[in-house]
Write a protein that binds this ligand. Sequence first.
Ligand code: CU
Length: 66
Amino acid sequence: MKTTLNIEGMTCNHCVEHLTQALKHVNSVTKVKVSLKEKTATVDHKENIALSTFKEVVAEAGYEVV
Ligand SMILES: [Cu+2]
């Protein structure tokens, strides 16, 4: 499964790395690709993940799913 999230609040590559690591820690996630330019996070995962879970993880990292 693949989910693309629109992310607000990233300003530099540190943010990209920070968010990537946060999303990688979510259960069943296999791959994360974050784009600063596109303001997106594309997440590959083996099981269904609720949007609320993604929102929570992103918020905890200091950014926002929009
Ligand atoms: Cu940053």
